[in-house]
Each structure stands twice: as C-alpha cells, then as structure tokens.
Design a protein around this ligand. Sequence first.
Ligand code: SF4
Length: 381
Amino acid sequence: MNIVRTPSTLEKLNLVGDTTAFEPAGDTPVAEVRRKPSPAELPCITQVATPRGPKSVMKSMMTTACERNCYYCPFRAGRGKTPRVTFKPDEMASAFDGLQRQGAVDGLFLSSGIIKGSVMAQDKILDTVEIVRKRYDYQGYVHLKVMPGAEYDQLRRAMELADRISINLEGPTDARLQALAPKKDFTVELLQRLAWAHELRSQGLRASSVTQFVVGAVGETDLELLSLTEKLHRQMSLARAYYSAFHPVVDTPFENLTPTLPTRELRLYQASFLLRDYGWNVEELQFEGEGNLRLDLDPKRAWAESQLRHQPIDLMRADRGELMRVPGIGPKGADSIIRARRKARLTDLGQLRKLGIRAPEQAAPYILLEGGRPPEQLRLF
Ligand code: SF4
C-alpha cells in the first residue's frame, strides 16, 4: 500500500523555493536576484536592503497555483512543471514566526498566485499578516503584493499592516501588458490601485508603493518604461520601480524568446535614480534611435559626454544641481564640495577624494579646476 505523507510546512517552503526571485523585495534587486542562498539556508530566505536597513527576509507565496495565464510566468495556469503548493494563513504565519524567533529572518515578503479570484487571494495574504502582527506581535518589516483587481478596502488594510506594497504593472502601456499578460487590465486592475495607494497615503497611511516591469519580452522601449516611471514618481508618489530582465521559462509561451541582457536592467535602474533622486526629466536622458538607452555607458555619463565634454563646469562656481550632473558626484559629494569651497580653493582631484568622492577621475573630463581640466590620473605623491 502506498502511504502518501503530507509535507511539513518547512518542506512546502522548500518546494516553493526562491520562486519569488522575479519579485524583488528590497532596494537592491540586481544583487538580490543574483545571490544564491547558502546550503544551510532555506531558499525562501533572501538578504535584502529594505527601507528599515539590511535584513534577512522570508519571501514566499500563499499559493503557487494560478488561474491566470501570463505568458512569462512559471506559475501560469496549465504549466505542468510547476509544483503547486498552497498554505493556509495560520500555517504561513506560524512558519514565519518560527523562523523569526530563531533569528533566521527579520522581514516578510508575501505574494500569491490567484485562485478563485483576486479578492480571495488578497484576503489570504491579509489574513496571514493579521496573524503575524496581532497573534505573534511582530512589528518588523512586511512587504505585501497587491493582487491585480484587489478592492479598495483590501488595499487600505494592506497599507495599514505593511511597510511597503507592490502593485506590479509588468508593462509600460495597456498594449504591452496585453502582450505579456492577456488576463490583466492595465488601467482598471493596476494603475487604479497605484492611484488609490497615493490617495491613501495622502490620508495618513505610511506604506510606500513599488511596481515592477518585465523588461525585454514584448518590444517595449526604455523610453516607454522611464516615461511611465517618471509619471508614477511625480503623480502617484511611487517609491521605487523595479525592472526585471526577461528570462524565458520552459513550458511557457515565451520559452523560445531571447533573454534580456542584464546590462539593460542596470541602465534602467541608473536612469530611474536620475529621475527619482537627481531631479532629471525623462527628456534629458540620451536615447538611441529606437528609444533605448545606450548599453555601453551609464546614462549620466552619456549625458555628460554630449553636454559637458566640450563645456566643462567650473567646480568653484557651479550650483548644487550642476555639480550633481557630473559623473562621480552625487548629492553628498555636491554638498561636500559646496562646503569645502567656502573655506579654500579646490585645485586638484586629490582634494575631491578627501571630500568623500570615491572616484574623482570619473569627473575629470567634465570639470574645470583653476580654469583648466584636471589630469585624469591622480598624482600618487
Ligand atoms: S497572475 Fe501572477 S502568478 Fe498568476 S500567472 Fe500572472 S504573474 Fe503568474
């Protein structure tokens, strides 16, 4: 007689594995996705940089079953190779509490496939986090996925319980989303939820919103992605856009598509930080003919090559915004330069290094010191 044993919760977590690898939980997604867990760690534990500092976060899904059919996704309905694992809210909350009390994790990222509709799937996520917060009195970092089509009151509850919520747009326009995920509705199911989250923050809720795009599967351009990112930062107080370079998954409709170069993902992150943290407009980024960023240069250097190479800026006179346009000089570096030049003239790159600018030679082709361009090599003595 064959006796079928029910797997334990930890065995189920192992089965789910790092299946949320394509959904970053922290602030350095490129590092997060590429990092392999040590053999002693559960694959659902990931080291991430969160708004509350670096943390070991448990990333998991309430269920790996799904009734939708997004073309790129390993959990899509009908894919035979995916182990389907489902947790009850009590079970997931208790597993997290156990790991948290052992000191193995200090943070939770919870997502889910969709079974019996988005509202039901969202309820299971919310029920789990209610238990984590109330029964187990966990006050630490929680990041929740908002299901496409979740209700307003569910979004409110998610934002009351979590530090951060993800509402993943996947594509930058309705047409791009249709090509990726024909059962998702860009405007009604997704964009509307980002607008609600913005409205709820204006009423005093503090949870931040992030979104994610699948990059490179359906011909979207960097210009499309970054134009929408800029609008979301400015109009919907988006905290962060994640760009996930497409990787084909076997036994999905996209299994034969070419994977996206990781460099494209990196350039999108670099450009998005210029939009979010440096006050750039998307029109200032340098796009090639088809609307994509150059892969061979980071976007700030590409701009400096076209704008500053022949018109370098005088480090003693430039304002803060101008200083931050120079490759190698960020907000802190610009502030240090402004403070230092009030006390003494800046005459060589070595002074910049002493001010905390780590690679002043990167700035050298685009600045003037003492009326001339500094040599690009730092003097050793
Ligand atoms: S709804 Fe989410 S889990 Fe389901 S197929 Fe689409 S991306 Fe995958």
